[in-house]
Design a protein around this ligand. Sequence first.
Ligand code: V47
Length: 376
Amino acid sequence: MEALIRKSELADLYDKVLAGVRLSREDGLRLYETDDLPLVGYLANLVRERMNGDVAYYVRNQHINYTNVCNKLCKFCSFYVAPKDERGYVLSPEDIQARVLQHIDLPITEIHMVAGINPKLPYQYYLDILNAVREVRPEVHIKAFTMIELAQIQRVAKKPMRDVLLDLKAHGLSSLPGGGAEVFSERVHEDLFWTKADSEQWLAIARTAHEVGLRSNATMLYGHVENREEKVDHLIRLRELQDETGGFLTYIPLSFHPERTELEHLPGPTGSNDLREVAVGRLMLDNFPHIKTFWIMNTIEVSQAALWYGADDIDGTIMEYEITRRTVEETRQVLTRSQLVARIIEAGRNPVERDNLYNVVSTSREIVPDTMGVMS
Ligand code: V47
């Protein structure tokens, strides 16, 4: 293997990776351009194993999307409906409690709560829905509100972002998800999501969150109209902010699903694209502790391979994921703990259940047969 790599076009990157030298913008472009995807994966796996050994993290989590009403009209999104559309919904604090109570018997450690930008919701609503979760499930970590939602929450709060974040924290917010970053490019912003906060604002909100002690994730949505330069730029800007704050936990490349969006004519990413994004993310983001392959978007099959291409986290059990469901009816996308553990073991990795902040919850390899759809 060593001899083969020495003869390859990426030999100099191999030396850098072995020596722990940071990869440059030019290196990032070469990782996207090379045909030798297995070698990119091999390099990413060296970093992955150095940072996280053979562990593949997963979490028992529940997703709740509190409203589908959104005034941002992003071309890549199939989830939203415009304000005044009769299909719009808003979950009340009581509805949210009912959703949480549906799964109260399961040892869920994280609730992931995000939604559209609904201009009708007052500041108090956001505090109330955090309280609502905390009342019925006080021990659970609440990961909620993307930087885009936070920009809206600040708008209705009419307070400095720092104070808003401290309020939300006092009401039970424990970390922030990574959504809403899309691709940090003025060109793509103008084309696909021009009404939404741009890269400067996204990064500024993340900085403030990290400063008040809220850890966050970061994403990049790929496979639509972006180009390689824009993706490398995105990764470098995330890396620079991480150098400053150290507040990012996980990077999650998000595989674009064109179905039922304004970009339905696009083919969307392939499995090879998905693996490359995981690998390039691992190699460029040398200061991010974790890289996640989000199995709902990447499929569990590609995610198994991604565990050898730089990913050390596969996300979770996820009940009812609405953002990229294939049809309106199909909202229930679930793998039980046993199914996730079995898939991780089959992929040759060591399953570790984590909480929101990567504290180890369980290292059990027990696989309980799934009876009648009951989670185990
Ligand atoms: O911000 C929207 C993306 C994001 C589509 O932090 C789409 O642990 C694909 O950020 N095809 C929300 N993606 C999801 C997200 C996330 C998911 C899992 C874990 C975490 C985490 C964060 O989904 C949005 C947007 O970038 N998105 N539409 C689509 N058609």
